[in-house]
Ligand binder design. Structure first.
Ligand code: SF4
Length: 428
């Protein structure tokens, strides 16, 4: 596919700072605890935080969970108890009972921030106490001024200063992908002759990568701005590329990484021919439903810009507005270059104003948070929950068809409900 003569990189951005409708960063614990198999996430928060985690993850727990909440009671909030002493006791109890834990994350919340509980000091103290078996780190998952994918970003950024130093020339893949997807990426890179490759986060503490001046890193998620900056500060160099969503995105991502290792784009075309053809075929099936449909992204998952690029270029959709919580120039620039001018690019949210724009535009599909989806559906507008996009494997060639199908499904459902199903069902 050709690059538009004028992409959206220099499109004036509509910046809004008003009321927002998003989940908080604690949500990331749900996928991070699955990825890091010897980590424990201890939220220092309130019963509300505990309920959020339980309801988001409750039904998915089959083994002893690797996350929990140290509940701040009223006396803690009123400053009548020494929260640090209680935290030390809780952590000691937890680690004595769970020798499998090698990394412990103290996760800050709105309540811990309100009482100014210094979790970095606590992490330092507890790390010294429980080293070398357990490393204790901290980050904030607080809902104030954040969105739910920022939890992963804050977690990975907190890990960077603790990584060992190396002079080795290595590629670092950054982002918590499901294991099966990460294995596919590693296999593609190995077939291109690229290596050694390390992952952040690693599945186990002992496999943690080291970084240094010869490390180059490729993000696999577009919401890792703080991690990108932390890695750069520690001497690693980013590879700028579109993200591996869709056949085109995956190919461009691989070509950017390959170029860094002196491998020609033709070699990438050759090695990826079979999975790329499978991906294109699967995307084409879903694109029958998506072609010509108008889509509106509300700012939520921070995946909006790469997904808009995928849906407009590979599925024939038209983007009306692409809202993102944060716009990070170096990370989103290569994506914006590929999106033809036309859609409004907005950063941040003023939810009422944005809902007015949705109602005026009446798009065929609105990607938004759970709280906005039901009211919009009641007004006759089809929606897609943004949070599904981080719980479903969607990266690289083998998942490209599933990614397109995620957007086709609500349109097919709506068409079926209004009696227009037969020709759309054929596209399934
Ligand atoms: S961190 Fe804040 S927004 Fe998140 S569940 Fe706790 S109180 Fe609610």
């Amino acid at each position: 596919m050709t690059t538009p003569t004028t992409g959206c990189r220099n499109t004036p951005v509509l910046r809004e700072r008003g009321q927002r409708e998003v989940f908080c960063g604690l949500t990331g614990i749900i996928w991070l605890h699955r990825k890091m198999q010897d980590a424990f996430f201890l939220v220092v928060g309130s019963r509300t935080c505990a309920h959020l985690l339980q309801s988001a993850a409750g039904v998915m727990i089959f083994a002893e969970p690797r996350f929990g909440t140290a509940i701040l009671e009223e006396k803690d909030l009123a400053g009548m108890a020494d929260a640090h002493a209680e935290l030390d006791r809780e952590v000691a109890r937890l680690l004595a009972r769970r020798p499998d834990i090698r990394q412990l994350f103290l996760v800050g919340s709105c309540p811990s921030e309100v009482i100014k509980l210094d979790l970095s000091k606590a992490a330092e103290r507890l790390s010294a106490e429980h080293a070398p078996h357990v490393r204790v780190l901290n980050y904030s998952g607080s809902g104030i001024e954040t969105t739910f994918t920022e939890g992963e970003d804050a977690c990975l950024a907190a890990m960077v200063p603790a990584l060992a130093a190396t002079e080795a020339r290595e590629l670092l893949l950054v982002g918590a992908l499901p294991d099966v997807v990460e294995d596919q990426a590693l296999d593609l890179l190995a077939r291109l002759g690229i290596g050694p490759v390390r992952c952040l986060p690693a599945r186990r503490a002992d496999d943690a990568p080291a970084i240094g001046p010869n490390t180059v890193f490729a993000l696999t998620q577009p919401f890792l701005g703080a991690t990108h900056d932390a890695l750069t500060r520690h001497g690693a160099r980013p590879i700028e590329a579109p993200f591996p969503f869709g056949a085109e995105g995956t190919t461009l991502w691989l070509k950017a990484v390959a170029a860094e290792f002196g491998i020609a784009p033709e070699r990438v075309d050759e090695v990826t021919a079979a999975p790329r053809a499978r991906a294109e075929k699967a995307i084409a099936a879903a694109a029958q439903t998506l072609r010509g449909k108008r889509i509106f992204f509300m700012p939520d998952s921070q995946l909006e810009i790469p997904l808009a690029r995928f849906l407009t270029r590979e599925c024939g959709m038209e983007a009306v507005e692409i809202g993102t919580p944060w716009l990070h120039g170096p990370i989103h620039g290569p994506e914006l270059d590929l999106i033809a001018q036309g859609p409004v690019i907005s950063e941040g949210q003023d939810v009422d104003l944005q809902l007015d724009r949705v109602r005026a535009a009446r798009p065929d599909l609105t990607v938004c948070g759970l709280g906005l989806a039901n009211p919009l559906e009641a007004e006759g507008l089809a929606t897609k929950w943004a949070i599904e996009l981080v719980f479903t494997p969607v990266h690289f060639y083998e998942q490209a068809g599933d990614l397109a199908a995620l957007f086709a499904r609500p349109l097919r459902r709506r068409a079926a409900l209004s009696g227009l199903a037969p020709h759309l069902e054929a596209a399934e």
